[in-house]
Design a protein around this ligand. Structure first.
Ligand SMILES: Cc1cc2nc3c(=O)[nH]c(=O)nc-3n(C[C@H](O)[C@H](O)[C@H](O)COP(=O)(O)OP(=O)(O)OC[C@H]3O[C@@H](n4cnc5c(N)ncnc54)[C@H](O)[C@@H]3O)c2cc1C
Length: 393
């Protein structure tokens, strides 16, 4: 069976789905989204939902700003939304070096229009009454940062896909690309589609998708654990800003009267693991209890472990695939809630025109990586700080 499309997008996560939607919005008549399982079955339904404009590089800031604005505009555009809640995000500093780095970062963020401000130690304690007092040397705070509800985002993009007329084909796996015919031949588990354009996504599976297309994509997946505490009056949403303990890689935010917190184990080799690591969870809980003492005595209502995508420099990949005409690659580098819509829109733009008004994508292509997968860009300093290497390098 052979078929044609103006564009085929591989992967029904937040990057692929929003990208397919934007391609359709741009006027392509037939956009087909293929997903080997069902929409949202990858990282996108399992995330913590943190959305922050306080990025560590100008690209990160821009993608955060664009995506936040998109979340705010969704209801008008598609009639539903991803549940964006403006909660405020604090990045506390515990050492003088962190304070110095935070001030440099703030200058860059402010120049790009992020309403971030410095809180002195007393102000940090006042703004965050659940935090053990006297712990920090201050911190940066952006009241406009917040979070989305990841399953609601999957529902929102499902609505957007259907309403915009994207053809969604679930349980159809990408198998590879072939030359010949019109455009690019996309081999799937249900036959071939001749496409004008192809966008490859895959989240933690992007390297595998790339291999099928004959590309080496230095992206990986690693276990990431999230848990939600029981409710407690002190954890009322009005009293708890989101917090990122950057050095430890531990973050938390309010969730239904308790705290949702997440962290990866820096010493664990990358790879797909979905089991909960109880021992590491105990370490996460200990660090959280040291900073938010009220959590020490609370039970957990939910715990899950899922595979988070990452790139070696923790930056997104947005660019045309070298040597493959009409093929574009997109990864949110582990920040698909924060950057996903921006990455998706930029990837759609690049597929259509080669560039994007969302941001200058020229540094973000696959050509920034050497053979071993090392990037020539500096690592985004405001990201989950690990892993730093792809599994095979
Ligand atoms: C526990 C956890 C917490 C997180 N918290 C946050 C957070 O707070 N903030 C944030 O910004 N980000 C967070 N993330 C990261 C974020 O979820 C991801 O960056 C984002 O979901 C990636 O979207 P994606 O569309 O690229 O990948 P995915 O959502 O994984 O989608 C890729 C899709 O491709 C499909 N696919 C793979 N191979 C094929 C194939 N051969 N053929 C067809 N389809 C294929 C998969 O089935 C999958 O559905 C978190 C991730 C995890 C796991």
């Amino acid at each position: 069976m052979s078929d044609t499309a103006d564009a085929v997008v591989v992967g029904g996560g937040t990057v692929g789905a929003w990208c397919a939607y934007f391609l359709r919005q741009a006027g392509l008549a037939k956009v087909v989204l293929i997903e080997k399982g069902f929409l949202g079955q990858g990282a996108s339904s399992r995330a913590a939902g943190v959305v922050r404009m306080q990025g560590g590089t100008p690209e990160a800031v821009r993608l955060g700003q664009w995506s936040r604005q998109f979340y705010l505009s969704q209801r008008d555009e598609i009639g539903t939304d991803s549940g964006f809640t403006e909660q405020g995000y604090l990045l506390p500093c515990f050492t003088k070096a962190e304070v110095a780095a935070a001030h440099v970062r703030m200058e860059m963020q402010t120049a790009l229009g992020v309403p971030v401000r410095w809180l002195e130690p007393g102000e940090v304690d006042a703004a965050n009454p659940t935090l053990a007092p006297g712990q920090t040397l201050g911190g940066t705070f952006c009241a406009q940062d917040g979070f989305i509800t990841p399953p609601r985002n999957v529902a929102a993009y499902t609505v957007a896909l259907i309403r915009s007329g994207v053809e969604v084909r679930e349980h159809v796996a990408f198998r590879g690309l072939t030359a010949g015919g019109r455009g690019v031949g996309v081999q799937t588990s249900q036959g071939r589609i001749d496409a004008g354009l192809v966008v490859l996504t895959g989240g933690p599976k992007l390297a595998e998708v790339g291999r099928l297309a004959g590309l080496r994509i230095p992206a990986g997946g690693a276990r990431h654990q999230v848990a939600v505490t029981e409710r407690h009056p002190e954890l009322d949403q009005a009293r708890v800003p989101m917090v990122f303990d950057l050095a430890a890689g531990l973050y938390w935010r309010p969730e239904e009267g308790g705290l949702l917190f997440g962290m990866s184990n820096p010493d664990e080799p990358p790879g797909e693991i979905r089991e909960v690591d109880e021992e590491y969870l105990a370490k996460m809980r200990a660090r959280l209890a040291a900073l938010v003492p009220v959590t020490a005595g609370l039970g957990l209502r939910r715990i899950w472990a899922a595979t988070i995508d990452y790139t070696p420099d923790h930056l997104p990949i947005i660019g045309r695939a070298p040597g493959l005409d009409g093929v574009t690659v997109a990864s949110a580098g582990g920040a698909g809630m924060m950057w996903g819509p921006g990455v998706a829109r930029a990837a759609a733009d690049v597929a259509l025109t080669g560039s994007s008004e969302v941001l200058d994508v020229s540094p973000l292509g696959l050509d920034r990586f050497d053979e071993a997968g090392h990037s020539r860009l500096a690592t985004d300093p405001i990201a989950l700080p690990f892993p730093e290497r792809i599994a095979s390098s």
